[in-house]
Design a protein around this ligand. Structure first.
Ligand code: SF4
Length: 134
């Protein structure tokens, strides 16, 4: 399963996405491929140690709210990281399934989680922030 790339003639007319964002069924199907490694290379390679296997499991079970909460825990801007992080060299590059089976498309699922979460009215928690610095 690959994401659909929008046509150039469409993309030159707006500032929309290059790739279509996964819908819930596709994100869930893709997440369900994760074998929940005991020692997950994806998480270990992530500079933020994002809870990747955990939010993949949540999306496989179509629990968007919990996935949104998990993806916002270690990452301040998952909606940005899902798009610009070099996943092919980090989490996806080290995914166990990248050895001939095709890595889980982690970045696309991260983007799906935040976009669908925002649409559903979810907002990140910022517990423990007491500074008045900006
Ligand atoms: S390395 Fe790949 S298969 Fe293993 S937990 Fe991470 S995403 Fe899932």
């Amino acid at each position: 399963m690959t994401l659909q790339k929008r046509l150039v003639v469409e993309r030159t007319k707006d500032f929309g996405e290059i790739y279509e964002v996964f819908n819930l069924d596709d994100a869930s199907t893709q997440s369900d491929r994760c074998i929940q490694c005991g020692d997950p290379f994806c998480l270990n390679k992530c500079p933020l140690h994002n809870y990747i296997p955990q939010w993949l499991k949540s999306i496989a079970e179509k629990d968007l709210e919990f996935a949104f909460k998990l993806s916002n825990e270690p990452s301040p801007f998952p909606e940005v990281m899902g798009r610009i992080c070099p996943h092919d060299r980090l989490c996806e590059g080290d995914c166990t399934l990248n050895d001939g089976h095709g890595a889980i498309t982690i970045g696309s699922i991260e983007t799906h989680i935040t976009e669908e979460g925002f649409k559903a009215g979810l907002t990140p928690d910022f517990p423990g922030i007491t500074s008045d610095k900006k």
